[in-house]
Structure formats: C-alpha cells, structure tokens
Ligand binder design. Structure first.
Ligand SMILES: NC(=O)c1ccc[n+]([C@@H]2O[C@H](COP(=O)([O-])OP(=O)(O)OC[C@H]3O[C@@H](n4cnc5c(N)ncnc54)[C@H](OP(=O)(O)O)[C@@H]3O)[C@@H](O)[C@H]2O)c1
Length: 264
C-alpha cells in the first residue's frame, strides 16, 4: 500500500530515542523528509545519521528544549528554513514524574505539565499557521493510555495526557475545515529508556522489585508483553498518511487491551 508520504515533510519531537526515533525512521522509510528535535545535540546527530543511513532518507536534526517557547519557534523556523514546509507534526517528546499525590511537589506538577502538555500545545501553535498557509496538514499526538485509564501511581502523566486528549479533540474540531487532521495515539507500556525509569518508579512506590513490576505490567496486558517502539511507529505513520484521510479527532488505544487494575 502506498501511504502517499513521499516528499512530505515531518517534524518529530523527541526523535533521538525510543518511540520518536522509531516514528522518524518509519516516516523516512516511506519517503518523507524528517526533522527531529531533542535537547541533547550529540544523541540527536547520531540518531539522524543512523536513520538517514538506514533508510536513504533526508533527516534534519535541530536541537532545542520544548519547555521553552523561544526554542519551539526556533525549531519550527529551522525546519521550514531547511525543508520549506511542514506537512506532518508528531508531538512525542514528553515525560512526567511519577509518584503518589501526597509526595508530588508543586514543582513536579509544573514540570509534568510544562513538557507533556504545554510542549504539545506550543508545537501545535507554532506549526498550524504554516499548515493553514499550505492548505492542510496532519498532527499526530503520541499521548498515553493513562489519559483514559488513569491510576494513582501515574498521577501527573495521567493528568497531562488527559489534557492532551482534550486539546486533540478540540483542535481537530476547530481545524477540520482547514484540512488539518489531528489525532492521538494512546500507547500502554512501550519498551524504551523511559519505560525502564517508569517501571523502576512503580516498583519503588509498590515496594516490589523491578522484575516483579515488569511481570505485573506484562500480566496486565492480554497480549502478555509490552509494546515495541516500532509497533507505535507503524500506527503513527499510517495516521500521518493520506490513507488516514477521514481520521480526525480520534483517540487511538494501542495498549494490547491493558487492564491497569491488574498492576496492583
Ligand atoms: N515508553 C512508554 O512506556 C510510553 C507509554 C505511553 C506513552 N509514552 C509517551 O511516548 C512519548 C515518547 O516516550 P519514550 O518512551 O520514547 O521516551 P524517551 O525514550 O525518554 O525519549 C524521549 C525523547 O524526548 C526528548 N525530550 C525529552 N525532554 C525534552 C525536552 N524538554 N525538549 C525536547 N525534547 C525532549 C528526549 O531527548 P533529550 O532528553 O535529549 O531531550 C528523547 O528524544 C512520551 O511522550 C511518553 O509520555 C511512552
């Protein structure tokens, strides 16, 4: 199936590792030109070179911190300067500290919302004017199933994700007539560096070993294992493509049917 992505320009945030890197690679494999951003220049350059080498695609690394509005403007301007347009935005760079209500500080709440929620809002605000000028675009928000299946040990991610989903639906409604389709993908646990930190955090709060926390996570998923970054990328690439032309405001569950109550 031709996804119609050849020559399209995509910006993938958090494209140096994990899910973002897999999405950037998936888009490049389909012939898209890809800009990737993250804070750590060296990792970003290494990822860009690896994706370009592996796919033969054009990959443009641009460093910046999405918690700063000026950096977001700079990243989008650099992408437009390099590729002359942006057809696809994949909002993916996100992290929110775990913990229980009585332990999470005011500062940690601010930190959680700064990147995972406001980072997504900032990028959409910076990219949408270009998509309006170009006559359309696709935005894929990689969110997380905590937003619809919240649990106490993942309180700040749950709240930030729910806010991302609300904004996804609201903006999909607002910009549908402008041919800008905005959708969200909600993975459960995905095997990345971030998951390694999350599962260790869950183990600490539950007072169990990391191995036991990992086993409980796998048991909570009817498929009996956690997701791979490539499995998220496969869905994201499709949603970003012309083949998903009637998909707008969708909140796509991608968690193997996870039942979070079984994590206890
Ligand atoms: N892994 C999971 O189990 C899982 C489950 C559900 C949803 N998700 C969501 O999927 C997304 C990707 O997760 P992941 O596991 O692939 O994460 P990851 O492996 O930790 O990668 C995060 C990426 O974001 C970049 N990043 C972090 N902070 C940034 C900032 N302030 N500005 C710019 N870039 C920043 C990182 O590079 P630098 O550190 O160099 O900036 C890196 O490229 C996140 O939004 C996460 O919430 C993950």
């Amino acid at each position: 199936m031709d996804l119609g992505l050849k020559g399209k320009v995509a910006l993938v945030t958090g494209g140096s590792k994990g899910i973002g890197k897999a999405v950037a690679r998936g888009l490049a494999e389909e012939g898209a030109k890809v800009a990737i951003c993250a804070r750590t220049r060296a990792e970003l350059d290494t990822a860009a070179a690896a994706i370009a080498k592996g796919t033969g695609g054009e990959v443009f690394p641009v460093a910046g911190d999405l918690t700063r509005e000026a950096d977001v403007q700079k990243i989008v301007a650099a992408t437009i300067g390099h590729f002359k347009r942006i057809d696809i935005l994949v909002n993916n760079a996100g992290a929110a500290p775990g913990g229980l209500l009585l332990d999470i500080t005011e500062e940690q709440w601010q930190q959680a919302l700064q990147l995972k929620f406001m980072g997504y809002v900032r990028c959409m605000k910076a990219v949408i004017p270009h998509m309006l000028r170009q006559g359309g675009g696709r935005i894929v928000n990689i969110v997380g199933n905590d937003g619809v299946k919240p649990i106490g040990v993942e309180l700040t991610p749950s709240a930030a994700n729910a806010a991302d989903l609300a904004v996804t639906i609201a903006l999909a409604e607002q910009y549908g007539r402008d041919n800008i389709c905005i959708n969200a993908i909600n993975p459960g646990p995905v095997a990345t560096e971030r998951w390694d930190g999350l599962v260790a955090g869950i183990a600490k709060v539950r007072k169990i070993s990391t191995d036991e926390a990992q086993k409980r996570a796998e048991r909570s998923i009817p498929l009996g294992r956690i997701c791979t970054p490539e499995e998220v990328a496969n869905v994201a690439v499709f949603v970003a493509s012309d083949r998903a032309s009637f998909m707008n405001g969708a909140l796509i569950t991608l968690d193997g049917g996870q039942r979070k109550a079984l994590l206890d």
